[in-house]
Design a protein around this ligand. Sequence first.
Ligand code: CP
Length: 312
Amino acid sequence: MTKLSSKHLLGIKNISREDIDLIFSTADNFKAVINRPIKKVPSLRDITIANIFFENSTRTKLSFELAEKRLSADVINFSAGSSSVKKGESLVDTVNNILAMKVDMVVMRHPNPGAAMFLSERVDCSIINAGDGAHEHPTQALLDAFSLRERLGDLTGKKVLIAGDILHSRVALSNIFCLQKLGAEVAVCGPSTLIPKHIEALGVKAFLNFRQALEWCDVVNMLRIQMERQDIQYFPSLREYTMQYGLSRQLLDEVGKEDIIVMHPGPINRGVEITSDIADSEYSIILDQVENGVAVRMAILYLLAGQANSAN
Ligand code: CP
């Protein structure tokens, strides 16, 4: 297969295993490119991409911008806070005005679940979802799985635990879909108040006891508590949360996990969900995830630009 099945990347739920394999094989090539002394290729020289962010971001925004520049695309960046959205302009009007300036693709982060899908049905360009509320974060899941594949090879039968605030996490949902499509077994762990009620219907195991969950898994992906999406208190205090669900070297030693892989999508709250002696340890592939994010996003941009005029 040489083409993705859609002209957008809105989520992992609706893409195929073949799409994921194509993104990974393309990212393998771009990873080689960005490790060369000359890191730039002319692949998207005639393409203009707008990064429109309605929510804060460090990694995703910079990683997309760097991926676009490595592909020689022209790039414009839009931050909602300093735009005419503040004067009442709608999302569709905003994007149509950007497209009128001859922009070809839009990368969008938005606090509302479904915002990327909504936009893709109303404007005439490829949309890449860079995170829509607590719904999906497809490029994060793809870079996470790409990083695991680099370490473990085939993910079939590998046991991946996602721990923390599952309820408010777009990373969790996209990771569940992506890892399952790649044949991995997925479990989640956290306080019962932060685990969606029907998560097991997705074929996911749910643990409330972090120690038991760690005993089960080959890989643990630690998520932060998303305070900005919590309107009520889901656990008594951060201190108690850390005592029950924080990952530390002492806990890994007690559980006897010597070959576990530790991931985190960032941003990390050190001392809450993970201690520095693990975040910066030999177990951690956190910075590999960030490095691979550029190659994976280059692959997605390249593949979508190649089929922007297809009928999907
Ligand atoms: N992982 C992630 O999405 O990080 P940012 O919010 O900094 O983009």
